[in-house]
Design a protein around this ligand. Structure first.
Ligand SMILES: *[C@@H]1O[C@H](CO)[C@@H](O)[C@H](O)[C@H]1NC(C)=O
Length: 452
């Protein structure tokens, strides 16, 4: 065994230690309104080094069945977002088709005939390249009757993705271009999952983002975290909504879990308590919590964090209320089943949220399941120092480096960036790496013997 071969192997092993989880996808969507604490959300200010992919949310399908910009000011944002690739060449960007402003019946119509599909596909390919993106992400609940869905949406969606993939494969690439990335955002509630033919869709998309958040909220009359890890409402009418339930409902045995990213939300949920004395998860609620930086019923992490931090001031009277006259009246506790935080603000405002500690548990779950990464909605809700995103990042690296049985040397952000690999090659490269690892160990053993 020659040294150069061993070194090449060593480089390969080191460069792919994070082969387990490699994608950190960030959704660029505005969820927090204007408030004094709102961190700058200009694309140029994004912590792009923490992400492998950025999804611009959203673009729409218009009345003519082709791609259309949502707001005229988006064009400038596209430019600013894609300019980040000059600073980080491995960064990829995609456009997410969907959103609350779009008439979702257009999705149904678009996928319903071969002619409609081709018309959209051609417009999409042109649009993506025109603005310097690398692919498209599709956010739609097929057969959602409340939003104009049809019963044949599921099979038409498969036909659409198949044809979109064929068009992407046929595209004449310019220098430096790669094949387009195609992904799907999947709902995290078990209910809509039945309308996705995941094994078939998986043949045509690069990955799925499971939106395992906003699972509980203001439409319910009991307080629960929006994204519990396990089914904390198991014995109620709201059972079946958790990260674990979403995972089990969405990831079929026949599809590699590496094809999935676990969706994480940087926003918490708020409720108004019915009885100030009943605050544990499952207590009665009477509607959403009052509005803060986000709309009623939601709270950005940077708000929750600031409120919780004020508790560090020992003297209660010195704790200043925030901009919305809020102070914490019951300190944060962890939901023992949901593995998420909850606290009470101004006596009757219940807040459920995730922090670095609970995200670490989600990351552990992610590594057990073998997911290919995370998708984060939405990047604008983190604290100004990106605390939550950084915590996701470091738990990801830690879990997977430990999982690979290697030392932590060389871990961290750079490794995650450079370790990025095509998921479709996952199985083959894992084999090569295993082979290499054996070679490296043999070489190390041999040199120890020679030195002794
Ligand atoms: C949710 O998960 C729990 C725990 O694994 C399980 O008992 C329950 O049946 C699941 N609910 C649904 C609706 O899948």
């Amino acid at each position: 065994m020659r040294l150069p071969a061993v070194l090449a192997c060593l480089a390969l092993v080191l460069s792919t230690v994070t082969v387990g989880a490699q994608r950190v996808v960030g959704y660029y969507g505005k969820t927090a309104g204007q408030c004094p604490d709102y961190p700058s959300f200009a694309p140029a200010k994004l912590p792009y080094e923490l992400y492998t992919h950025l999804n611009f949310a959203f673009v729409m399908i218009n009345d003519d069945g082709v791609v259309e910009m949502q707001h005229p000011e988006d064009e400038a944002l596209y430019k600013e977002l894609n300019a980040l690739k000059l600073k980080k060449p491995s960064l990829k960007t995609t456009l997410t088709v969907g959103g609350w402003d779009m008439d979702m019946a257009h999705y149904s119509t678009m996928v319903s005939t071969p002619a409609n599909r081709q018309k959209f596909i051609q417009s999409a390919m042109t649009y993506v390249r025109k603005y310097g993106f690398d692919g498209m992400d599709f956010d739609w609940d097929p057969s959602d009757k409340l939003r104009g869905g049809h019963s044949n949406d599921p099979e038409n969606f498969v036909a659409f993705l198949k044809e979109m993939r064929e068009a992407a494969n046929k595209e004449k690439l310019k220098e430096g271009q790669e094949r387009m990335i195609l992904s799907i955002a999947l709902p995290g509630g078990p209910f809509h999952g039945q309308y996705f033919n995941i094994p078939k869709l998986a043949q045509h998309v690069d990955w799925f983002n499971i939106m395992a958040y906003n699972l509980h909220g203001q439409w319910e009359d009991m307080v629960y975290c929006a994204a519990p890890l396990y089914d904390t409402a198991a014995h109620t009418k709201y059972n079946g909504y958790s990260v674990d339930n979403a995972t089990k409902a969405m990831v079929p045995k026949s599809v590699s879990p590496m094809k999935f990213n676990l969706g994480l939300s940087l926003s918490g949920v708020t409720f108004t308590l019915k009885d100030k004395k009943k605050t544990s998860p499952g207590s009665p609620a009477q509607g959403p919590g009052r509005e803060g930086c986000q709309e009623k019923g939601a709270m950005a992490y940077f708000e929750a964090r600031k409120l919780a931090d004020s508790l560090q001031i020992a003297d209660v009277k010195s704790r200043a209320p925030d901009h919305f006259h809020r102070t914490v009246t019951q300190e944060p506790k962890m939901d023992p089943v949901g593995k998420c935080m909850y606290m009470v603000v101004n006596e009757d405002q219940w807040v459920g949220y995730d922090n670095p500690e609970t995200f670490a548990m989600k990351m552990e779950y992610l590594s057990e399941v073998g997911f290919g990464g995370v998708s984060i909605w939405s990047m604008d809700s983190d604290s100004a120092n990106h605390e939550l995103t950084k915590s996701i990042h470091s738990s990801l690296s830690e879990n997977f480096i430990q999982g690979a049985g290697l030392s932590k040397a060389g871990s961290g952000l750079a490794t995650l960036d450079e370790g990025e690999q095509e998921t479709t090659n996952g199985a083959a490269s894992a084999k090569t790496i295993a082979g290499c690892a054996v070679k490296v160990m043999a070489a190390v053993a041999l040199s120890i013997m020679l030195l002794a």
